[in-house]
Design a protein around this ligand. Structure first.
Ligand SMILES: NC(=O)c1ccc[n+]([C@@H]2O[C@H](COP(=O)([O-])OP(=O)(O)OC[C@H]3O[C@@H](n4cnc5c(N)ncnc54)[C@H](O)[C@@H]3O)[C@@H](O)[C@H]2O)c1
Length: 279
């Protein structure tokens, strides 16, 4: 009976940047749990392809073209969707860019502003626009996709702008959670580790970087989208899970992974480098 508590039947969910990658996996998980899902992406082709894949599985999904950096468009879409669907129950702020591998002293104004604009400003514009409708109905759940890079400094790639933008997303999340919680709107964040998506596909050409990544990962692996279970997402959305929960790592698992790395090494030759879907 516990699983029934995670059902999202009758709910409307919006996922930004859901044309591919983690956003698409979130859209699928939410739709499988019973929600009507809106894929909101700036790239109409990616959004249409993502939507077609989920519709072919019999899931209830629609598409809207929206660039999260355009606050006017974000407000317009939020108003339209709230009016069409009656209410918005769930918002997953997933749209994000990395533009990794630029040393801090070489970062241009354009580079810095672009990353902060998508990752931080875009997240806030969406929280504000969709949050208004949720506050009006005194209920709703927002999940911001932050990153472990908001808490640690990844090695070896240089990406101070990305790390700073994601740290800000996590603190924005806490601030909104404190401000809106008593008014019925929950705001949480997740901090994914490495997940094999087009965002970080560049690592497939860089075995040294790949080894550094999995060497610094307790489970010594890069996650795949299939590792995002619908149940976990639903638990977040139902308020049973919180950000702190996602950082728990069982000591037993860490020790086991470390032993495996010591025994087998991390070299690409020891283990197929891209057996996690980084094709
Ligand atoms: N892949 C990882 O290892 C990883 C790790 C930690 C956090 N994250 C975060 O997860 C989120 C998704 O990452 P991903 O790996 O799936 O990326 P991805 O590049 O595979 O997909 C990103 C999607 O967002 C869309 N998008 C980009 N800018 C947009 C904008 N301005 N407005 C609307 N849509 C936009 C793109 O069109 C694309 O469909 C990002 O916020 C990223 O920072 C990813």
């Amino acid at each position: 009976m516990y699983l029934e508590k995670f059902r999202l039947n009758g709910k409307t969910a919006v996922v930004t940047g859901a044309g591919q990658g983690i956003g698409l996996a979130c859209a699928e998980a939410l739709a499988e749990a019973g929600a009507k899902v809106v894929i909101a992406d700036r790239d109409p082709k990616a959004a249409a392809a993502g939507c077609a894949g989920l519709t072919a599985k019999g899931l209830n999904v629609e598409v809207v073209t929206m660039d999260v950096t355009d606050s006017t468009r974000v407000s317009e879409v939020a108003d339209q969707l709230a009016s069409t669907h009656g209410r918005i129950d769930i918002l997953v702020n997933n749209a994000g860019i990395a533009r990794s591998e630029t040393p801090a002293e070489q970062v241009t104004d354009e580079h810095w502003l672009n990353v902060v604009d998508v990752n931080l400003n875009g997240t806030f514009w969406c929280c504000r626009a969709f949050g208004k409708h949720m506050l009006a109905t005194k209920s709703g759940s927002i999940v911001n996709i932050g990153s472990m890079s908001g808490f640690i400094v990844n090695k070896p790639q240089e990406q101070c702008y990305y790390n700073a933008s994601k740290a800000a997303v996590h603190h924005l999340t806490k601030s909104l959670a404190a401000e809106w919680g008593a008014r019925g709107v929950r705001v949480n964040a997740v901090a994914p580790t490495y997940v094999a998506t087009p965002l970080n596909a560049f690592v497939k050409n860089n075995p040294q970087m790949y080894n550094a990544w999995i060497g610094g990962t307790p489970m010594a692996r890069i996650s795949s989208m299939g590792a995002i279970p619908a149940g976990r997402l639903a638990r977040i959305l139902n308020g049973i899970w919180n950000e702190a929960g996602l950082h728990r790592c069982r000591r037993r698992d860490i020790e086991r992974a470390r032993r495996r790395v010591r025994r087998k090494g991390n070299a690409v030759g020891d283990r197929p480098a891209f057996d996690h879907g980084l094709a």
